[in-house]
Design a protein around this ligand. Structure first.
Ligand code: PMP
Length: 417
């Protein structure tokens, strides 16, 4: 058996990962009698104390419904809620908070856009998506296509798991109306050249929708520099609470789009003769919003801003490098998705082992990874696999945890493959 050199808790970048881990109490526990090694961050990331405290403080000290203006608690809640919107605006470098719409997550954000763009589409129009999309960036477009007679057209990827730009150029055509593409692939970790794709699409008069769900935990996107029309992400992958996400949109398009849910908050005036819509962003926020969750997301972004983000990125890159180096220590292991530009994710298979068995056996060692199709069945079809095992790292993971993963994989391979 190949032995692994012991790595320390101190990141080579000088970050004190041990101190950072203290901010995430959930990590300091045993699972199945072993210290938890949480490598399922792509599915959902853990929450720092700053987020837990902000949400508790909100409920203890200021909860009331927002935007009613009737009393002091209502004002406090509104200030906290709208303050979080401003935090998200600054995080994305959007020009205005009118462009920041709260949703339940990336899925709802993309459904909102797909619904809103329906009036623009005619039979025969095309919606271009990549073959590496999450189902959340495929199915809403298929539903829109069904409604309008438009067609969803997938463009290709290379065997390494990068977007095939030749295929993109060929398929971006006269009939293309929308380009929907992921910034970072959840199943492969590939970072896509979004700026280049958006520039080409815009030159062709095509509306661009970027799924940022897997990008924001690793990079801070600048929506003005990307120049995309829409950008969506989920709070729970960005170390914030579940139940809330964000849709950023260009104001002219948001103004043009019809609301997609009706009810309180989203109206200006209601009568049986004629109802008119509220201004942005409220036009798209029917009903009582997820107030505490917005506050929690704001706290998550503030927490991230308090850290040295370039150092975090460097530490993550080191985790990926170490994982890649160790792949050859596990006989029969191969990585699916070897793009040049990746976030710290490795999707893999091991000859003679089913991915779900790998997941179960790792769990017995306290190591949490994800197995299956990762909501990207067309991508799995491309690779001819039913699913993969995926370890996805966050900045609070240590080099030592990477080593533990590979020691466990070596053992599993030896005993069961
Ligand atoms: N897109 C990508 C790339 C994702 O990884 C995910 C979550 N796995 C989603 C969209 C959907 O996010 P949510 O379930 O938070 O709506």
């Amino acid at each position: 058996m190949t032995t692994l050199s012991v790595a320390s808790n101190q990141s080579p970048t000088g970050l004190d990962i041990h101190a950072i881990r203290q901010d995430f109490p959930i990590l300091a526990q045993q699972v199945n009698g072993k210290p938890l090694v949480y490598l399922d961050n792509g599915a959902s990331a853990q929450k720092p104390v700053a987020v837990l405290d902000a949400m508790e403080r909100y409920y203890r000290e200021m909860h009331s419904n927002v935007h009613r203006g009737a009393h002091t608690l209502g004002d406090r809640a509104t200030v906290a809620f709208e303050g979080a919107r401003e935090t998200v605006r600054a995080f994305l470098n959007a020009a205005s908070t009118r462009q920041i719409i709260w949703t339940r997550g990336t899925t709802e954000a993309i459904n909102l856009v797909a619904n809103g763009l329906a009036p623009r589409l005619r039979a025969g129009d095309e919606i271009l998506v990549s073959r590496m999309e999450h189902h959340a960036n495929i199915v809403p477009w298929q539903m829109l296509a069904e409604r309008t007679g438009a067609k969803v057209v997938p463009f290709g990827i290379t065997p390494e798991g990068e977007l095939d730009l030749e295929s993109f150029d060929q398929l971006l055509g006269e009939r293309t109306r929308i380009l929907a593409v992921t910034h970072v692939s959840n199943a492969l970790g590939t970072v896509n050249p979004i700026r280049e794709l958006v520039a080409k699409a815009k030159a062709a008069g095509v509306i661009t929708v970027v799924d940022g769900a897997q990008a924001v935990p690793h990079y801070q996107p600048d929506v003005q520099a990307l120049d995309c029309d829409f950008y969506a992400f989920s709070s729970h992958k960005l170390f914030g609470p579940t139940g809330i996400g964000v849709l950023y949109g260009k104001e002219d398009l948001l103004n043009e789009m019809p609301p997609w849910q009706g009810g309180g908050e989203m109206i200006e005036r209601v009568s049986f003769e004629r109802t008119t819509w509220n201004v942005l962003p409220y036009k798209f926020e029917a009903g009582t919003p997820a107030i505490a969750e917005a506050v929690g997301l704001g706290a998550a972004i503030d927490y991230l801003s308090s850290l040295d983000r370039p150092a975090l990125e460097a530490a993550e890159a080191d985790l990926l490098t170490r994982a890649n180096q160790l792949v050859e220590t596990v006989p029969g292991m191969s990585v699916i998705g070897t793009a040049r530009n990746k976030v710290p994710v490795i999707s893999f298979k091991i000859e003679g082992l089913h991915p779900s068995d790998i997941g179960t056996l790792l769990d017995q060692q306290g190591i949490a990874i994800r197995t299956g199709h990762h909501c990207a069945m067309p991508l799995m079809d491309f690779y001819g696999v039913p699913g993969t095992a995926r370890a996805s790292f966050a900045f609070y993971n240590t080099q030592d945890e990477v080593d533990q993963l590979f020691t466990a994989l070596q053992k599993i391979q030896r005993l069961f493959a």
